[in-house]
Design a protein around this ligand. Structure first.
Ligand SMILES: [Zn+2]
Length: 549
């Protein structure tokens, strides 16, 4: 430590000496570029700096990848000058729950469509992947791959508890042995050293769901050693939501790290309104010193695989085991009863029409149909029993993703207003035409700014921007992003607060958001006057805690 600080001190001396000998009037750097020179100058915009404060009208100067000046810069020269009069200038949005890279697919999302136009057109410049307990392992392969073929947007990742459990313990419903627990701890340790921002879990998804709370705490402790966070798609989001929030808080508290309830919602009409209680639990935890936060997508429907309708015992084992179980008459009956319960009380929303197939890769003609329509198409009775049978049949054929309309608008509003809530999409990278995905992929950020800020006036614009920029950046230690300030990386979005809006709907989701005019990533334009450029300036982001290695 002593010798390195001495070296730092000497470097400082040398820098001061060089500056002094160069003379005060000569602001030329070693490579001959004037210190006054700006590569980009944004003038006259209404600047939201990412803090939860009202904006100021001012100018922003960028040199290469960084913001170097803020103030009255009207007389400065620049390679590119953009007049932002009447427009909002904001840090690029940070999506802290992103499926931009799918866990099990090398060629999908950001890897297949590096332009990420559905994200750019919402103003998003950074996505954090590996949510819900699912991440590629090791994460370094994915990160190094992205560095070789950069996309438009920046990418960082969590490491997934479910992926680690699948690799070490397998797909069985049993506790880990002491040896397996140690190996899982080592996997978390490796990922954290490779730059993960923390540990994610998806405790409703097998096989991550087979982990008892204590096991998750053990793994979260490793993430804590590196300054990571714990972010969880909770074990249950309907009848057991209170227990699930308690579990999430307990994991943060006992493992000693910040805990985040991701895409917070309450599923199922019988539980609507329970966000009053869940938010009170968050407040109580924060009051006693536990660092708990929330993220949310702004919709009254969720989206995930059909297996979410299955009870945990039915997900135990490999695919062959599960298939045998679904086809065994006794097990089948028990399974059907459990799925019927979930269709009534949980994600089914007590109406088969509320479950809409998003993507069935084995038969794309089903995409976009709801369970009622599919039953009618097959001349079957529209009942909960038949719908449960249909769900089992679809799962046997290969499964589908689906959209579930079972969240109340009041809960969405209440969660959004909470001071610990940030905005995230839970979406990924899409190009128009593939499946009938949840509109959050195309619209989450624009919908908050256009619908909830402008049309409904639910929260102020500067608060919404804070929830999309500085708040998630600070959460994962990104000290030079999510903010407009001198020294920050120039990830900048310009949009029109009077027109920004999501166009994607549940029926017609492949529609880009409107109202975003410019997006820069590290000072390079990826959206210019409404047109995508060819630039691919996205960077791989690694957690700051690992930079010391
Ligand atoms: Zn999730």
């Amino acid at each position: 430590m002593h010798s390195s600080s001495l070296i730092t001190a000497c470097k400082l001396c040398l820098a001061v000496f060089l500056l002094a000998s160069a003379g005060c009037s000569d602001k030329t750097t070693a490579d001959g570029e004037s210190n006054d020179h700006l590569s980009l100058l944004i003038v006259g915009g209404t600047v939201y700096n990412g803090t939860n404060q009202p904006p100021v009208v001012t100018d922003i100067g960028v040199r290469r990848d960084s913001i170097v000046a803020i103030g009255d810069l009207a007389t400065r020269d620049a390679d590119v000058r953009v007049d932002a009069t009447g427009l909002a200038v904001s840090p690029g949005f940070i999506d802290i729950h992103s499926h931009a890279i799918r866990e099990n697919s090398e060629r999908s999302g950001l890897l297949l469509w590096p332009a990420a136009e559905n994200q750019i057109r919402q103003g998003v410049t950074t996505v954090i992947g590996g949510p819900d307990g699912g991440s590629p392992l090791p994460i370094s392969d994915t990160l190094v791959g992205l560095e070789k073929n950069p996309p438009t947007i920046n990418y960082g990742t969590f490491v997934g508890q479910g992926s680690i459990r699948a690799a070490v313990v397998g797909e069985d419903d049993r506790p880990a042995t002491a040896d397996e627990l140690q190996r899982m701890r080592e996997e978390v340790d490796l990922a954290m050293r490779q730059g993960a921002f923390g540990l994610s879990s998806g405790l409703v998804y097998a096989p991550g769901s087979f982990a008892p709370t204590e096991e998750v705490i053990e793994l979260a402790r490793v993430a804590a050693e590196y300054g990571g966070i714990y972010i969880s798609h909770m074990r249950q989001e309907s009848s057991d939501i209170i227990k699930s929030v308690a579990e999430t808080i307990r994991i943060g508290e006992e493992a000693g790290l910040p805990a985040q309830i991701t895409h917070h919602k309450v599923i199922g009409a019988g539980m609507w309104g329970k966000t009053v209680d869940t938010l009170a639990m968050v407040d109580a935890a924060v009051a006693r010193g536990v660092d708990v936060s929330i993220d949310q997508y702004p919709y009254t429907a969720s989206s995930t695989g059909l297996s979410v309708l299955f009870p945990q015992w039915a997900l135990d084992g490999d695919r062959q085991t599960r298939l045998r179980r679904m086809q065994d008459p006794v097990e089948h009956k028990r399974l059907s009863a459990a799925i019927q319960y979930n269709l009534v009380e949980d994600r089914g929303g007590n109406d088969p029409a509320r479950v809409v197939l998003a993507e069935c890769t084995w038969d794309p003609s089903l995409n976009g149909l709801n369970l009622t329509e599919l039953l009618q198409q097959e001349n079957r009775a529209v009942t909960i029993e038949e719908a449960a049978e249909l769900v089992i049949e679809l799962q046997i054929k290969g499964g589908c993703t689906a959209v579930y309309h079972a969240i109340s608008e009041e809960d969405v509003l209440r969660v959004m207003r909470h001071p610990r809530t940030m905005i995230a999409s839970d979406g990924g990278v899409y190009i128009p035409g593939v499946g009938v995905p949840h509109p959050r992929n195309y619209g989450s950020f624009a919908r908050v700014l256009g619908h909830y800020v402008r049309e409904v006036q639910h929260i102020p614009l500067y608060t919404a921007i804070y929830k999309m920029t500085r708040m998630p950046a600070d959460r994962i230690g990104l000290s030079d992003r999510g903010r407009i300030e001198v020294g920050a990386i120039a990830d900048i979005t310009i949009f029109d607060p009077a027109t920004i809006i999501d166009r994607a709907t549940f029926e017609n989701p492949h529609q880009y958001a409107e109202g975003v005019h410019y997006v820069w990533v590290a000072g390079e334009a990826v959206l210019q006057d409404g047109e995508m450029t060819e630039a691919r300036p996205g960077r791989v982001l690694r957690a700051p805690s690992t930079r010391k290695y």
